[in-house]
Ligand binder design. Sequence first.
Ligand code: FE2
Ligand code: FE2
Length: 284
Amino acid sequence: MFDISSRELAEAYHQADVELLKTKKPQVYDFQIVSSTGKNKSVIFNKAIFTDQAGEVAGIIGVIQDITEMKQAQEYLQKVNEEIIDTQKEVIYTLGEIIETRSQEAAKHVVRVAEYSHLIGLKYGLNQEDAMLLKIAAPMHDIGKIGIPDHILNKPGPLTREEFDCIKTHTTIGYNIMKKSSHKILKIAGIIALSHHERWDGTGYPQGIAGEQINVFSRIVSVADVFDAVSHKRCYKEAWPLHQVRHYLVEQCGKMFDPRVITLFLDNWEEILMIRSEYSDASS
Ligand SMILES: [Fe+2]
Ligand SMILES: [Fe+2]
């Protein structure tokens, strides 16, 4: 016999009988109680009716289980799982930041791109899981720059054709790094790395694909990335005023960018600006 009797439990036990007789459906109750020895316990009880040969209710059968240890084990596993996920996220963000720092991007660029992408992803109609995958994968959009020599990546003046061709390969380099992974997040990161410089009108790179041929995650990251780049100061340029940034997005709607993504970006301008200031480079 368990030392788990309590007034609350007794009442629920009785209530289950009433429900059971009314609905004839098995009842399952999950409980937190304090045992007679003062310990917190998790209890589950199941109740069902049994019938005689004529199909009439002949009685009720009930089983109470003390699942305290099982619950504790589950909670522990969940904590470990969350810890692993948090660590993975941090590693991914750090990787993205390393790349962006090397190419002299602003400190919080990848965090802001992740946040804008998440917001627009949800507004676009992605489900919660896909929007979260997009958020985690977005910081790695330029991971392929790891394979571009410093003297080209950070050249202050205009690039020659050959140098620009070399820069363009950061898309395929990034994709080739990620494509071997069997993990969903890294696979998505690979797709974003490959196609975040494609353009809606088909004049982008590396494949020159157009419209909805371009993965939706890449179409979203593309707007978030460019918006953040032009609206912040870099070593080679000043930040554009916000009205000019907005004008540029409108101008590039249907050319560089997916019109639907641009509409959502402009319709949610206030929220975008809130993310921009929350994760400003001055904040820690
Ligand atoms: Fe890029
Ligand atoms: Fe970027």
